[in-house]
Design a protein. Structure first.
Lengths: 191, 191
DNA sequence: TCGCCTACCTGTAGACCAGTAGGTTTCGTT
DNA sequence: AACGAAACCTACTGGTCTACAGGTAGGCGA
């Protein structure tokens, strides 16, 4: 058995899957999950719909892969997170409207009944709020300068990030997302 | 011509239309706009899908009616709006998860390309931000206690409201939407 | 009473969609 | 050279969707 060649086959397959996930991200951004047809995703990577089903046996499996990709994406080690880095994250997002649009669309859909991403987002927000609390506690201690606890501030922080994304996606000319977020951070930071 | 009877016919028709719009709100909350089939809405009011099309000739027309209903809903005269009333609005919303879910789902979908509600939400947010600026200026003058202008605060206010709604819809047990919103208001109000 | 309008209905066209069945080609391994 | 698996494809099933076409029944005004 030649490891080199065996790997190259596996690698190529893995690359194909990544390609497909990337295409799925795009199509979901454009049409939402419900509106994203397997055929549309397949066409974007030069496959037939059935060829795509060879890599992901169901549409749901493809969605799972998309969500896992996202998890990997912002799985930055907790220690490197600091409040000032949040501003850079928002700035970074402002340069990648595609990704933001994908997950804003998915978040919106996920509140509907029985949506396959609902559990994911519920769990994710719980984690993110917790993580934010930690960051805030490290930065400010048990009370922010304005008197709120980190646990009560975290939902607001998350809400501002998401809410600004929708306003910005709908009307990027009128909404300065990074600027507004910095405004919010100063709101938290000053006493 | 008997006005009384003519009116009663028109009234009955208008009532039917309102019934349909209400049913559409429910179905959209459950499955989003794309996932909401005319047949599902029709069934809920005891009509066939084609019977429904007699009242709203296209699915789009039904959506327009839904959005118009919403506009009428929060078309409270500007003068009665005050910052302290915003907290009651959020509290009120917390008692009507159905409506919140409908419009959160629609907002999420609206960021996708060519969505029929996109223009509506874009325009709406522009108006709401403006309106919020006015409220804040009336309340605080040209500078909030924290130093921000009303124009820079308004997007944050709107973002917090929307963002909290998503977190709350996904996990009402963990998120105290009205409480968190009050926290944010005190954040604005104290110097 | 006649005719018209409203409020529905059945039937169906024409798309699309996820997923199955069962091929064939390509290619690395033995 | 033979084998087997991976990587696709064609063909199809059974379903759902919006919308159109063309009916019918009942009430209202003339």
């Amino acid at each position: 058995m030649s490891y080199g060649d065996a790997m190259s086959a596996r690698v190529r397959s893995e690359e194909r899957r990544a390609e497909i996930v990337r295409a799925a991200l795009e199509v979901i951004a454009e049409r939402g999950y419900r509106g994203a047809s397997l055929a549309a995703v397949a066409e974007r990577v030069g496959l037939t719909q059935q060829g795509l089903l060879h890599y992901f046996p169901t549409k749901n499996a493809l969605l799972v892969a998309v969500l896992e990709e996202r998890d990997q994406w912002d799985a930055v080690p907790d220690t490197t997170w600091r409040a000032d880095l949040l501003a850079s994250l928002v700035e970074y997002n402002a340069m990648r409207p595609g990704i933001v649009q994908t997950f804003s669309a998915l978040l919106g859909e996920s509140v509907t009944e029985g949506h396959p991403a609902r559990a994911y987002f519920t769990e994710r927000y719980r984690r993110v709020r917790e993580s934010m609390s930690c960051i805030l506690r490290t930065e400010y201690g048990d009370r922010l300068p304005n008197g709120l606890t980190p646990e009560r501030t975290a939902p607001l922080l998350v809400a501002v990030m998401d809410g600004l994304q929708y306003q910005w996606l709908l009307d990027p000319e009128s909404v300065d997302m990074p600027g507004a977020f910095r405004d919010f951070l100063t709101l938290l930071g000053e006493r």
